[in-house]
Design a protein around this ligand. Structure first.
Ligand code: MF3
Ligand code: CO
Ligand code: CO
Length: 288
């Protein structure tokens, strides 16, 4: 789509192109000419789309708050899933993972050596000492938001507490590396450096992802890598950062249920996930 200077801008602002995104588009074209990877238009959200994603995130955040108030020893992961389904639907949303690619539940629950994509079950009871990741993805009016948190059930070993804390700090390090017109590779590098400095490893087989109009969009967000590489981060991009940090090796296998990723060496794993928006002057957490 080739716009003239006096046409209305593509972003829906009702401003003329020359007074709105013309300069922005020229900057992208010039970066691309220099050989950089730049996001396609679809990855740059308009004001209206950002508002829609924020509203979706309000439900997603409210759900994770509700889970954090209710999760406890003796509860099954199916009961957490019921809570998630009921809360989401009664707020007008839809759990995005339910029937996604055949995934049967409304959230993912991954305990101890489970890395991600654990399936809630009435047969899995939370025990004292467990660490669990609950990952929620909400659709509202076609807009998607995605976040996950760790919960510690009762008294938890020092080792597990430390892993949970370091995994959270890894997400924060990634977040700090998000700079408008910076490199996506800086995010992975910051996470990997911190995790490895603590003697932990970063899972390679899964990453963060663009999100907003679909559950998984481009770009793939590596949680390891090199500074100054990968896509240029541009205001209006929305993606997740969700490093999975293992106490032992980063290798994982998929359980016979076809979904649950588990550490090969049986070591503990922890993960925190935010949906973030790149802004003109930094980054904003949309879903936490
Ligand atoms: N919320 C997950 C993510 O962070 C999506 C899981 S897809 C599922 O990307 F099918 F495994 F649920
Ligand atoms: Co998620
Ligand atoms: Co995600």
């Amino acid at each position: 789509m080739m716009l003239n200077r006096n046409d209305l801008c593509w972003c829906g602002s009702s401003l003329k192109y020359k007074a709105c995104h013309l300069e922005f588009d020229e900057k992208l074209i010039s970066l691309k000419r220099k050989g950089h990877i730049v996001p396609t238009k679809k990855l740059i959200k308009t004001k209206k789309q950002i508002e829609g994603i924020r509203k979706s995130a309000n439900i997603n955040n409210g759900l994770l708050d509700l889970i954090s108030e209710n999760i406890k020893e003796g509860m099954t992961t199916q009961e957490i899933d019921d809570l998630a389904y009921n809360y989401t639907v009664s707020n007008g949303g839809k759990p995005a993972t339910l029937n996604y690619d055949g995934f049967p539940k409304s959230i993912c629950t991954s305990i101890n050596s489970e890395v991600c994509h654990g399936i809630p079950s009435k047969d899995v009871v939370l025990k004292r000492g467990d660490i669990i990741n609950v990952d929620a993805t909400t659709i509202l009016n076609g807009y998607y938001s995605d976040a996950s948190r760790m919960f510690m059930i009762g008294e938890v070993s020092e080792e597990a507490q430390k892993l949970v804390k370091v995994a959270k700090k890894c997400l924060e390090k990634g977040l700090e590396a998000v700079k408008p017109w910076g490199f996506l590779g800086d995010v992975g590098a910051a996470i990997q450096e911190y995790a490895e400095s603590k003697g932990y490893s970063v899972v390679r087989d899964f990453g963060g992802h663009g999100v907003g109009l679909d559950i998984h969009e481009e770009p793939f967000v590596y949680h390891f890598g090199k500074r100054g590489t990968d896509m240029i981060l541009v205001p209006g991009m929305i993606f997740t950062i969700e490093p999975m940090i293992n106490a032992g090796s980063y290798e994982v296998f998929i359980d016979e249920d076809g979904w649950t990723a588990i550490t090969k060496d049986g070591s503990l794993s922890a993960q925190w996930e935010h949906t973030v928006l790149v802004t003109e002057d930094g980054v904003e957490i949309i879903s936490r």
